[in-house]
Ligand binder design. Sequence first.
Ligand SMILES: [Fe+2]
Length: 512
Amino acid sequence: MASRRSVLGGALGVSSLVVLPGTAAASRGGGGFADPFTLGVASGDPLPDSVVLWTRLAPDPLDPGSMPSRAVPVGWQLAHDESFRRVAAAGTAWARPELGHSVHVEPRGLDPDRWYFFRFRAGGHLSPVGRTRTAPAPWAARPLRMAATSCQSYTDGYYTAYRHLAEEDVDLVAFLGDWIYEDPDSWFTRGVVRPHGDFEPMTLEEYRHRHATYRLDPDLQLASARFPFLPTWDDHEVVNNWAGMLEPPGRPNPTPDFAARRAAAFQAYYEHLPLRRAQIPAGPDALMYRGLRWGRTADLFLLDTRQYRDDQACGDFNKPVCDEWDDPDRSMLGPAQERWLLNKLATSTATWKAIPQQVPMGQWELDNDPAVRRRSMDTWDGYPAARQRILEFIAERDIDNVAVLSGDVHWHMAHDLTLNMEDPDAAPVAADFVCTSITSGRDGGDSPSGTLASNPHLRYSLNRRGYLRCDIDRETWLTSYRVVPYVTTPGAPLETRARLALEAGRPGLQQA
Ligand SMILES: [Fe+2]
């Protein structure tokens, strides 16, 4: 435990964390339980006057009985300095067994555009120190430095990319989906670099176990303690390629009651992520789409492309297109979320309209022959009418500076989004920065995609692991494609393999 704390402390530039008298990490404190802060701390969803502070009490997170089954008071402090001399806000929250003893504090009345430090105390134990910040005031023209990450299959490798990300000077990390993976270890025919358990989670207790395994990772803890996150989910937080209230055909363990499984998965997700009260699930439903404003520089519209979508067309997965594929009635967002997004896009007064979400919006024709249409039925490529409605709305209303951020496919990519992505001369109306995985897909390689000729609007692609860094001001959006050359062994260096930019008021990606 001491080494984990010193790792966190070192990254924060804190040589010795303040330990209150009587606190002994290895002992059972006054609460009658051992150090409960094994999963670290995190923060999320910054507003100009508030940010969510998160931890979960779990002395042995893989043992559901390691906390007493009663509500436990948790003191919290938010300070201007990392030695907690200038405390800005403090209070007591309750960690309740119904929510896995997770703690989600939403302090109010904070200063806009400020960095803060925070920590928790429970049962005589003190947590590691986290660093977080508030958003700028709505009228401020502050730049936004944002990272994006996705797809962190524990079994596929080490979170070296998070270790490097923790060194970046970013304000916010948007997480685009696949926080956990559900397949049992023994199903990974390529083998496992790090086992996450040879079971497929179905129940709340099983999802908690899976989430706890991921949260125990020291590199994930490092990045989580360093910046606020803006998380959304994709499919693997529940089960591969789920859609609405359906799982895909042919699962080896068909789910007996999908609504109950979705409810368990949603609750465990909420318990392990720094989300607001508005995101607490009600059974199998949870409001995950939401907005976040970064002054006059950017509005962020975070989507949920899983919960309200119609079933995948043509039997799902990568398929030649079939009749139902372009049915205009098929929806990706569901009617309410689609209306919400279009209304937000039309009324935003920020320079950039960013849409962090799960599955790529840029078309990726999977066949080398441009005449063949073989598409992923799980991404926006499988919902072409829904995609077209959004892009035509942007074009017709002349909404400028729209940048989509996507995950899911475990490739770094950049697409110009046009009204006809089969036409090499079509004018861009928006851009899609696709973020590769943290680990999923293992090391990858440098050979280029064979489908470049079939995808004339595709500006960049690379099958490597890493994350995106976006430097956004009122003139320019610059995305840097960060890469680690390997994840199956620890210690990879960080490389920047590409930089692509958008200029405000001028659609179309440019090399930078
Ligand atoms: Fe993934």
